[in-house]
Design a protein around this ligand. Structure first.
Ligand SMILES: [Zn+2]
Length: 437
């Protein structure tokens, strides 16, 4: 846990002046938005880390002090009650975050520090908007939480506490929990009188055929569907229409624990029996674009490498290329209640990092092994030959890059020793740069 610089506010007399507390709250909110969240979003966009700051007043010297908390373990899919529980655990009466805290000005221990306000920020990658929760304390206890939104241009707006996930979506144009959103979407529209749809992000629409036990009525619900999708296809190809029950009927490879059975338990039997019919209309090109956007931050480009009926993508980093069948994971993301962004992080992070490391390896080896020829054949095979073109080493470049910690001096040394077991003199002191993020 890092401790940010603490800016003294002049002489504040804690804890007896409510008016000054209000000033401290507003000041700390502006600091959090301008100095912490703003730069993080500008640098990392949708991948900025969940961060929190707790402001405390020192009972001995009267000055405020703050602790910064990096949340590295909050789930990507997090309901609002679960988020508030996590904040209470950290900052509430158990106060996990402040046990070791001390006053930055007079070094008084945590017993002298009274929490005044805390701020939490999580960026919603799908809309680029930042969810900010302000936690207000009284007598050292959490009194309430207030919600704010920061837009990509830095505009900050206080918003009411979202009543449910649909209200949250309307405020932030992205879900906090996609799975809870599905649940609220079904609950609200179960007895609607027509097909209901809602766009989650560009290229990603969820829909529901409301509940009916009458087969004729079920079919009738789809009367306008062709026209509706035709209209949507004027914007994007929308090549994917998939129903939750397709998991069973078409054998879509989604593990039970990730499927609607696990996170829509109240609706699952009716979905399986097609009494109610949730579906997704999605655009695979847009999905590939999101994949590319996230991979590009690690130095990997992704482009579609297939026709209309299959979904292969080419991942490129430097001379390294990998063509992967991303179709199964695309469907798994849709059927496991994830957005494009969170699905890519969940299901592609490992491969993106592996390909990124592989892409950095050949130039580093060239610098290390002057006089030898380092080549990547067909984007895949790392081939090293001497000046007479005698092959010294051939292996899969991604396998080599992931079998050794190539971002460290020692790891790169391991690779060189594998290539040149006889211990040829090489140029020392070169280490692969770490990938960003
Ligand atoms: Zn102090």
């Amino acid at each position: 846990m890092a401790r940010p610089e603490v800016t003294p506010l002049g002489l504040l007399h804690f804890p007896s002046e409510p008016r000054k507390f209000r000033q401290l709250r507003q000041w700390s909110r502006e600091q959090f938005q301008r100095e912490i969240r703003g730069p993080a979003l500008a640098r990392l966009g949708g991948e900025a880390t969940d961060l929190g700051v707790l402001i405390m007043a020192c009972g001995r010297c009267g000055l405020p002090t703050s602790t910064l908390h990096v949340f590295s373990d909050l789930p990507l899919d997090l309901s609002r009650p679960a988020l508030e529980d996590a904040l209470r655990r950290l900052w509430g009466s158990e106060r996990q975050a402040t046990a070791d805290a001390f006053c930055a000005s007079c070094h008084a221990g945590s017993g002298q520090l009274t929490p005044v306000v805390a701020h939490f920020g999580r960026v919603l990658a799908e809309s680029g908007r930042d969810l900010q929760v302000e936690v207000l304390f009284g007598e050292g206890r959490i009194l309430r939480m207030e919600y704010h939104r920061m837009d990509p241009d830095g505009t900050c707006t206080p918003v009411g506490t979202p009543a449910d996930e649909l209200a949250f979506f309307d405020t932030y144009q992205a879900p906090l929990s996609m799975r809870t959103l599905w649940s609220d979407f079904l609950a609200r529209n179960l007895s609607a009188d027509s097909l209901v749809t809602r766009q989650i992000q560009p290229g990603y629409i969820i829909g529901l055929r409301p509940f009916t036990e009458d087969e004729g009525e079920a079919v009738a619900f789809y009367a306008g569907f062709e026209k509706w999708i035709e209209r949507r296809r004027r914007e994007l190809p929308y090549d994917t229409v998939t129903f939750f029950r397709d998991r069973e009927e078409d054998g879509i490879p989604v593990p039970e624990a990730e499927s609607y059975h696990a996170w829509l338990p109240a609706f699952a039997p009716d979905i399986a029996d097609a009494l109610v019919d949730p579906f997704i209309v999605a655009d695979s090109d847009t999905f590939i674009r999101v994949l590319d956007e996230i991979a590009t931050r690690r130095g990997v480009r992704v482009a579609r490498a297939s026709g209309e009926d299959t979904l292969f993508a080419r991942f490129t980093a430097g001379e390294v290329e990998a063509r992967l069948n991303v179709g199964p994971r695309y469907f798994r993301i849709l059927h496991s209640g994830q957005t494009f962004h969170r699905g890519v992080i969940t299901h592609f992070a490992k491969e993106i990092l592996a390909i990124a490391a592989a892409g950095q390896l050949p130039p580093m080896l060239r610098a290390r092994l002057p006089g030898l020829r380092v080549r990547v054949r067909d984007g895949k095979l790392l081939e090293i030959a001497d000046a007479l073109e005698r092959r010294l080493f051939v292996d899969d470049v991604i396998r080599v890059a992931t079998a050794h910690p190539v971002h460290t001096e020692a790891g790169l040394e391991e690779v060189v020793r594998r290539i040149l077991p006889s211990g040829v003199q090489v140029q020392p002191g070169l280490v692969l740069p770490r990938p960003p993020g």
